[in-house]
Write a protein that binds this ligand. Sequence first.
Ligand SMILES: *Cc1c(COP(=O)(O)O)cnc(C)c1O
Length: 388
Amino acid sequence: MTFSKQTSLLHSKHKTDPANGAVSVPIQHASTFDQPDIDDFGRYDYARGGNPTREALEDIIADLENGTHGFAFASGMAAISTTVMLLSKGDHLVITDDVYGGTFRLTTKVLHRQGIDHTFVDMTDPQAVRAAIKPNTKMIYMETPSNPTMKVTPIKEIVAIAEEHNCLTALDNTFLTPVLQRPLDLGVDIVVHSATKFIGGHSDVVAGLVVVKDEELAAEIGFLQNCFGAILGPQDSWLIMRGLKTLHTRMTVSSNAAAILADWLKTRPEVKKVYYPGLPEHPGHDINEAQAEGAGAVLSFELENKEAVRSVVQAVELPVFAVSLGAVESILSYPPTMSHAAMDDEERAERGITDGLLRLSVGLENTDDLIADLTQAFEKIRAGEGVE
Ligand SMILES: *Cc1c(COP(=O)(O)O)cnc(C)c1O
Protein backbone atom coordinates (compact mmCIF):
# COMPACT_ATOMS: atom_id res chain seq x y z
CA MET A 1 0.00 0.00 0.00
CA THR A 2 1.09 3.55 -0.48
CA PHE A 3 0.27 6.00 2.25
CA SER A 4 0.04 9.76 2.53
CA LYS A 5 3.14 11.82 3.33
CA GLN A 6 1.76 12.37 6.83
CA THR A 7 1.77 8.63 7.48
CA SER A 8 4.93 7.78 5.52
CA LEU A 9 6.93 10.18 7.67
CA LEU A 10 6.32 7.86 10.61
CA HIS A 11 6.47 4.56 8.78
CA SER A 12 9.49 4.81 6.50
CA LYS A 13 11.62 1.79 5.75
CA HIS A 14 13.86 2.93 8.61
CA LYS A 15 11.04 2.68 11.16
CA THR A 16 12.72 -0.17 13.01
CA ASP A 17 16.29 -1.43 13.11
CA PRO A 18 16.48 -4.90 11.49
CA ALA A 19 19.24 -5.91 13.94
CA ASN A 20 17.11 -5.68 17.09
CA GLY A 21 13.82 -3.97 16.36
CA ALA A 22 14.84 -0.62 17.90
CA VAL A 23 12.25 2.02 17.01
CA SER A 24 14.89 4.65 16.31
CA VAL A 25 17.71 4.64 13.78
CA PRO A 26 20.98 3.84 15.59
CA ILE A 27 23.64 6.57 15.57
CA GLN A 28 26.70 5.03 13.94
CA HIS A 29 29.81 6.96 14.90
CA ALA A 30 32.40 4.82 13.11
CA SER A 31 34.58 6.77 10.69
CA THR A 32 35.77 3.60 8.99
CA PHE A 33 34.54 0.05 8.41
CA ASP A 34 36.45 -3.23 8.52
CA GLN A 35 36.74 -4.75 5.04
CA PRO A 36 36.50 -8.47 4.23
CA ASP A 37 39.35 -8.60 1.71
CA ILE A 38 41.73 -6.50 -0.44
CA ASP A 39 39.42 -6.61 -3.41
CA ASP A 40 36.13 -7.21 -1.69
CA PHE A 41 34.82 -4.15 0.09
CA GLY A 42 31.70 -4.11 2.22
CA ARG A 43 28.71 -1.80 1.91
CA TYR A 44 30.58 1.00 3.74
CA ASP A 45 34.27 1.82 3.68
CA TYR A 46 34.97 5.34 4.94
CA ALA A 47 32.27 7.50 6.52
CA ARG A 48 32.69 10.58 4.34
CA GLY A 49 31.49 8.44 1.44
CA GLY A 50 28.72 6.73 3.37
CA ASN A 51 27.44 6.30 6.91
CA PRO A 52 24.36 4.23 7.80
CA THR A 53 22.75 6.94 9.96
CA ARG A 54 23.22 9.63 7.34
CA GLU A 55 22.03 7.22 4.68
CA ALA A 56 18.77 6.55 6.55
CA LEU A 57 18.07 10.30 6.51
CA GLU A 58 19.06 10.48 2.83
CA ASP A 59 16.56 7.69 2.03
CA ILE A 60 13.78 9.34 4.00
CA ILE A 61 14.17 12.77 2.39
CA ALA A 62 14.42 11.18 -1.08
CA ASP A 63 11.08 9.39 -0.51
CA LEU A 64 9.45 12.49 0.89
CA GLU A 65 10.40 14.59 -2.15
CA ASN A 66 9.40 11.75 -4.51
CA GLY A 67 13.04 11.53 -5.61
CA THR A 68 15.36 8.56 -5.82
CA HIS A 69 18.49 9.86 -4.09
CA GLY A 70 18.98 12.15 -1.12
CA PHE A 71 22.20 13.72 0.17
CA ALA A 72 22.77 15.23 3.60
CA PHE A 73 25.19 18.09 4.18
CA ALA A 74 26.64 20.04 7.09
CA SER A 75 24.42 23.05 6.32
CA GLY A 76 22.00 24.40 3.76
CA MET A 77 24.86 26.43 2.29
CA ALA A 78 27.00 23.26 2.02
CA ALA A 79 24.13 21.62 0.11
CA ILE A 80 23.77 24.64 -2.18
CA SER A 81 27.53 25.09 -2.67
CA THR A 82 27.91 21.43 -3.57
CA THR A 83 25.00 21.68 -6.03
CA VAL A 84 26.47 24.66 -7.87
CA MET A 85 29.74 22.73 -8.17
CA LEU A 86 27.94 20.96 -11.01
CA LEU A 87 28.84 24.13 -12.93
CA SER A 88 32.25 24.71 -14.52
CA LYS A 89 34.32 27.71 -15.46
CA GLY A 90 32.65 29.53 -18.36
CA ASP A 91 29.12 28.42 -17.41
CA HIS A 92 26.32 30.85 -16.72
CA LEU A 93 23.69 30.65 -13.99
CA VAL A 94 20.27 32.31 -14.06
CA ILE A 95 19.21 32.90 -10.48
CA THR A 96 16.27 34.48 -8.73
CA ASP A 97 16.96 38.05 -7.65
CA ASP A 98 15.51 37.57 -4.17
CA VAL A 99 17.51 34.47 -3.41
CA TYR A 100 18.54 33.67 0.19
CA GLY A 101 21.30 36.05 1.33
CA GLY A 102 23.92 33.31 1.69
CA THR A 103 23.22 32.04 -1.83
CA PHE A 104 23.48 35.62 -3.07
CA ARG A 105 26.89 35.91 -1.39
CA LEU A 106 28.05 32.56 -2.82
CA THR A 107 26.98 33.61 -6.32
CA THR A 108 28.43 37.10 -6.31
CA LYS A 109 31.56 36.59 -4.23
CA VAL A 110 32.67 33.02 -4.91
CA LEU A 111 31.21 31.65 -8.15
CA HIS A 112 31.99 34.88 -9.89
CA ARG A 113 35.66 34.53 -8.87
CA GLN A 114 35.73 31.02 -10.32
CA GLY A 115 34.62 32.16 -13.75
CA ILE A 116 30.98 31.15 -13.31
CA ASP A 117 28.86 34.04 -14.47
CA HIS A 118 25.32 34.80 -13.31
CA THR A 119 22.27 36.91 -14.09
CA PHE A 120 19.75 37.80 -11.40
CA VAL A 121 16.18 37.81 -12.69
CA ASP A 122 12.71 38.33 -11.37
CA MET A 123 11.85 34.63 -11.40
CA THR A 124 8.11 35.39 -11.23
CA ASP A 125 8.41 36.61 -14.82
CA PRO A 126 9.08 33.78 -17.32
CA GLN A 127 9.80 36.33 -20.08
CA ALA A 128 12.60 37.80 -17.96
CA VAL A 129 14.00 34.31 -17.42
CA ARG A 130 13.87 33.55 -21.13
CA ALA A 131 15.60 36.85 -21.90
CA ALA A 132 18.40 36.11 -19.42
CA ILE A 133 19.34 32.76 -20.97
CA LYS A 134 22.67 32.74 -22.78
CA PRO A 135 24.25 30.03 -24.92
CA ASN A 136 26.36 29.02 -21.90
CA THR A 137 23.50 28.97 -19.36
CA LYS A 138 23.68 25.63 -17.56
CA MET A 139 21.40 26.10 -14.56
CA ILE A 140 18.30 28.00 -13.50
CA TYR A 141 18.08 28.41 -9.74
CA MET A 142 14.71 29.09 -8.08
CA GLU A 143 13.50 29.69 -4.55
CA THR A 144 9.76 29.81 -3.97
CA PRO A 145 8.16 31.36 -2.03
CA SER A 146 11.13 33.66 -1.76
CA ASN A 147 12.64 35.45 1.14
CA PRO A 148 11.45 37.84 2.56
CA THR A 149 8.74 39.20 0.22
CA MET A 150 7.32 35.75 -0.53
CA LYS A 151 7.34 36.01 -4.30
CA VAL A 152 6.07 32.90 -6.07
CA THR A 153 7.86 31.37 -9.06
CA PRO A 154 5.71 29.55 -11.64
CA ILE A 155 7.76 26.37 -11.38
CA LYS A 156 6.39 24.49 -14.40
CA GLU A 157 6.86 27.47 -16.71
CA ILE A 158 10.49 27.90 -15.65
CA VAL A 159 11.10 24.17 -16.04
CA ALA A 160 9.71 24.34 -19.60
CA ILE A 161 12.13 27.18 -20.45
CA ALA A 162 15.02 25.22 -18.95
CA GLU A 163 14.09 22.18 -21.02
CA GLU A 164 14.03 24.22 -24.22
CA HIS A 165 17.55 25.41 -23.47
CA ASN A 166 18.84 22.16 -22.07
CA CYS A 167 19.78 23.52 -18.66
CA LEU A 168 19.38 22.08 -15.20
CA THR A 169 16.88 23.45 -12.71
CA ALA A 170 17.50 23.70 -8.98
CA LEU A 171 14.97 24.85 -6.40
CA ASP A 172 15.39 25.84 -2.77
CA ASN A 173 12.35 24.24 -1.08
CA THR A 174 13.21 25.36 2.47
CA PHE A 175 10.09 27.50 3.00
CA LEU A 176 7.39 24.99 2.05
CA THR A 177 9.16 21.66 2.60
CA PRO A 178 8.04 18.49 0.76
CA VAL A 179 4.95 18.42 2.94
CA LEU A 180 3.55 21.37 0.97
CA GLN A 181 5.55 21.45 -2.27
CA ARG A 182 7.29 18.70 -4.25
CA PRO A 183 9.29 20.35 -7.02
CA LEU A 184 10.59 17.08 -8.53
CA ASP A 185 6.98 16.21 -9.42
CA LEU A 186 6.82 19.51 -11.32
CA GLY A 187 9.90 18.65 -13.37
CA VAL A 188 12.65 20.31 -11.32
CA ASP A 189 15.97 18.42 -11.43
CA ILE A 190 17.47 19.26 -8.03
CA VAL A 191 15.77 20.19 -4.77
CA VAL A 192 17.88 21.82 -2.05
CA HIS A 193 16.99 22.49 1.57
CA SER A 194 18.25 24.22 4.59
CA ALA A 195 17.15 21.46 6.97
CA THR A 196 18.13 23.84 9.76
CA LYS A 197 14.67 25.36 9.31
CA PHE A 198 11.33 23.48 9.18
CA ILE A 199 12.76 20.02 8.52
CA GLY A 200 14.86 20.05 11.69
CA GLY A 201 12.26 22.28 13.26
CA HIS A 202 13.64 22.81 16.75
CA SER A 203 16.42 25.41 16.37
CA ASP A 204 18.98 22.82 17.48
CA VAL A 205 20.78 21.62 14.36
CA VAL A 206 22.35 23.10 11.23
CA ALA A 207 21.94 20.86 8.18
CA GLY A 208 21.31 20.79 4.45
CA LEU A 209 19.74 18.33 2.02
CA VAL A 210 19.71 17.72 -1.72
CA VAL A 211 17.30 15.41 -3.56
CA VAL A 212 17.28 14.33 -7.21
CA LYS A 213 15.50 11.65 -9.19
CA ASP A 214 17.79 11.22 -12.18
CA GLU A 215 20.40 8.48 -11.77
CA GLU A 216 23.17 10.29 -13.62
CA LEU A 217 22.64 13.47 -11.65
CA ALA A 218 22.58 11.44 -8.43
CA ALA A 219 25.96 9.96 -9.32
CA GLU A 220 27.36 13.45 -9.96
CA ILE A 221 26.02 14.91 -6.72
CA GLY A 222 27.23 11.86 -4.79
CA PHE A 223 30.68 12.32 -6.32
CA LEU A 224 30.70 16.03 -5.37
CA GLN A 225 29.43 15.28 -1.85
CA ASN A 226 32.37 12.95 -1.32
CA CYS A 227 34.88 15.28 -3.05
CA PHE A 228 33.84 18.44 -1.26
CA GLY A 229 33.24 16.53 1.95
CA ALA A 230 30.73 18.84 3.64
CA ILE A 231 28.72 15.88 4.95
CA LEU A 232 26.25 15.83 7.82
CA GLY A 233 27.49 13.98 10.91
CA PRO A 234 25.60 11.02 12.39
CA GLN A 235 24.30 12.86 15.48
CA ASP A 236 22.91 15.68 13.40
CA SER A 237 21.47 13.22 10.87
CA TRP A 238 19.58 11.61 13.73
CA LEU A 239 18.29 14.97 14.98
CA ILE A 240 16.98 15.77 11.50
CA MET A 241 15.24 12.38 11.32
CA ARG A 242 13.61 13.08 14.64
CA GLY A 243 12.47 16.49 13.41
CA LEU A 244 11.06 14.93 10.25
CA LYS A 245 8.67 12.74 12.22
CA THR A 246 6.63 15.78 13.24
CA LEU A 247 7.18 17.82 10.07
CA HIS A 248 3.67 17.28 8.72
CA THR A 249 2.01 18.18 12.00
CA ARG A 250 4.22 21.22 12.55
CA MET A 251 3.74 22.54 9.01
CA THR A 252 -0.04 22.11 9.26
CA VAL A 253 -0.40 23.86 12.61
CA SER A 254 2.07 26.66 11.81
CA SER A 255 0.67 27.32 8.32
CA ASN A 256 -2.88 27.57 9.65
CA ALA A 257 -1.68 30.03 12.29
CA ALA A 258 0.27 32.04 9.69
CA ALA A 259 -2.90 32.41 7.57
CA ILE A 260 -4.83 33.71 10.60
CA LEU A 261 -2.01 36.11 11.50
CA ALA A 262 -1.75 37.41 7.93
CA ASP A 263 -5.47 38.25 7.93
CA TRP A 264 -5.14 39.90 11.32
CA LEU A 265 -2.04 41.92 10.38
CA LYS A 266 -3.97 43.39 7.45
CA THR A 267 -6.45 44.93 9.90
CA ARG A 268 -3.77 46.70 11.94
CA PRO A 269 -3.17 50.42 11.32
CA GLU A 270 0.55 50.04 12.16
CA VAL A 271 1.05 47.59 9.27
CA LYS A 272 1.57 49.08 5.82
CA LYS A 273 1.80 45.84 3.90
CA VAL A 274 1.59 42.09 4.49
CA TYR A 275 3.44 39.58 2.32
CA TYR A 276 1.89 36.10 2.50
CA PRO A 277 1.10 33.93 -0.54
CA GLY A 278 -2.00 32.61 1.21
CA LEU A 279 -3.66 36.02 0.95
CA PRO A 280 -5.91 36.18 -2.15
CA GLU A 281 -4.50 39.59 -3.12
CA HIS A 282 -0.89 38.34 -3.06
CA PRO A 283 0.36 38.40 -6.69
CA GLY A 284 1.57 34.80 -6.43
CA HIS A 285 -1.51 33.43 -4.67
CA ASP A 286 -3.02 31.52 -7.60
CA ILE A 287 0.25 30.08 -8.82
CA ASN A 288 1.21 28.97 -5.33
CA GLU A 289 -2.18 27.39 -4.86
CA ALA A 290 -1.82 25.49 -8.13
CA GLN A 291 1.68 24.16 -7.46
CA ALA A 292 1.76 23.74 -3.67
CA GLU A 293 -0.55 22.39 -1.00
CA GLY A 294 -0.31 25.47 1.20
CA ALA A 295 1.28 28.85 1.68
CA GLY A 296 3.56 27.89 4.55
CA ALA A 297 4.32 29.40 7.91
CA VAL A 298 6.45 32.41 6.99
CA LEU A 299 5.12 35.89 6.34
CA SER A 300 6.57 39.37 6.24
CA PHE A 301 5.01 42.68 7.12
CA GLU A 302 6.04 46.25 6.76
CA LEU A 303 5.88 48.82 9.53
CA GLU A 304 6.30 52.55 9.11
CA ASN A 305 10.06 52.69 9.65
CA LYS A 306 13.07 51.31 11.47
CA GLU A 307 12.06 52.95 14.76
CA ALA A 308 8.71 51.17 14.66
CA VAL A 309 10.56 47.90 14.04
CA ARG A 310 12.88 48.56 16.98
CA SER A 311 9.93 49.28 19.22
CA VAL A 312 8.10 46.06 18.26
CA VAL A 313 11.22 43.92 18.55
CA GLN A 314 11.83 45.25 22.05
CA ALA A 315 8.23 44.84 23.14
CA VAL A 316 7.30 41.33 21.92
CA GLU A 317 7.47 38.60 24.52
CA LEU A 318 6.80 35.43 22.53
CA PRO A 319 8.75 35.33 19.27
CA VAL A 320 12.49 35.08 19.61
CA PHE A 321 14.25 37.79 17.64
CA ALA A 322 16.77 35.80 15.68
CA VAL A 323 18.29 34.82 12.36
CA SER A 324 16.44 31.71 11.22
CA LEU A 325 12.95 30.39 10.67
CA GLY A 326 10.97 27.20 10.71
CA ALA A 327 11.07 26.31 14.38
CA VAL A 328 8.60 25.26 17.07
CA GLU A 329 8.93 28.73 18.59
CA SER A 330 7.94 31.73 16.48
CA ILE A 331 10.92 33.65 15.15
CA LEU A 332 10.89 37.31 14.26
CA SER A 333 13.72 38.57 12.12
CA TYR A 334 14.82 41.78 10.50
CA PRO A 335 15.95 41.03 6.94
CA PRO A 336 17.94 44.27 6.36
CA THR A 337 20.50 43.44 9.05
CA MET A 338 20.03 39.66 9.23
CA SER A 339 19.26 37.39 6.23
CA HIS A 340 19.95 40.14 3.68
CA ALA A 341 22.92 41.86 5.29
CA ALA A 342 25.08 40.65 2.39
CA MET A 343 23.21 43.01 0.05
CA ASP A 344 23.91 46.72 -0.15
CA ASP A 345 21.14 49.32 0.36
CA GLU A 346 20.38 49.62 -3.33
CA GLU A 347 20.15 45.87 -3.87
CA ARG A 348 17.80 45.60 -0.89
CA ALA A 349 15.63 48.49 -2.05
CA GLU A 350 15.22 46.87 -5.48
CA ARG A 351 13.87 43.78 -3.73
CA GLY A 352 11.37 45.61 -1.54
CA ILE A 353 13.39 44.98 1.62
CA THR A 354 12.67 48.29 3.32
CA ASP A 355 13.82 49.46 6.74
CA GLY A 356 10.31 48.75 8.08
CA LEU A 357 10.19 45.09 7.04
CA LEU A 358 9.93 42.29 9.59
CA ARG A 359 9.70 38.59 8.84
CA LEU A 360 7.73 36.28 11.09
CA SER A 361 8.11 32.52 11.05
CA VAL A 362 5.11 31.21 12.92
CA GLY A 363 5.75 28.44 15.45
CA LEU A 364 3.40 26.28 17.47
CA GLU A 365 2.15 28.80 20.01
CA ASN A 366 -1.55 29.40 20.52
CA THR A 367 -2.55 31.87 17.79
CA ASP A 368 -4.56 34.05 20.19
CA ASP A 369 -1.48 34.42 22.37
CA LEU A 370 0.61 35.51 19.38
CA ILE A 371 -2.03 38.05 18.38
CA ALA A 372 -2.25 39.37 21.95
CA ASP A 373 1.52 39.70 22.11
CA LEU A 374 1.81 41.50 18.77
CA THR A 375 -1.12 43.74 19.73
CA GLN A 376 0.58 44.98 22.88
CA ALA A 377 3.85 45.43 20.94
CA PHE A 378 2.11 47.42 18.17
CA GLU A 379 0.42 49.62 20.76
CA LYS A 380 3.84 50.60 22.04
CA ILE A 381 4.81 51.99 18.61
CA ARG A 382 2.07 54.54 18.86
CA ALA A 383 2.92 55.34 22.45
CA GLY A 384 6.50 55.81 21.29
CA GLU A 385 7.63 53.38 23.95
CA GLY A 386 10.58 51.12 23.57
CA VAL A 387 12.32 53.68 21.38
CA GLU A 388 15.49 54.82 23.06
C1 LIG B 1 18.74 29.31 5.98
C2 LIG B 1 18.54 29.17 4.53
C3 LIG B 1 19.57 28.69 3.70
C4 LIG B 1 20.95 28.36 4.23
O1 LIG B 1 20.93 27.25 5.08
P1 LIG B 1 21.95 27.04 6.30
O2 LIG B 1 21.47 25.76 6.90
O3 LIG B 1 21.82 28.23 7.19
O4 LIG B 1 23.32 26.96 5.72
C5 LIG B 1 19.30 28.53 2.36
N1 LIG B 1 18.09 28.86 1.85
C6 LIG B 1 17.09 29.32 2.60
C7 LIG B 1 15.79 29.67 1.97
C8 LIG B 1 17.28 29.50 3.96
O5 LIG B 1 16.29 30.00 4.70
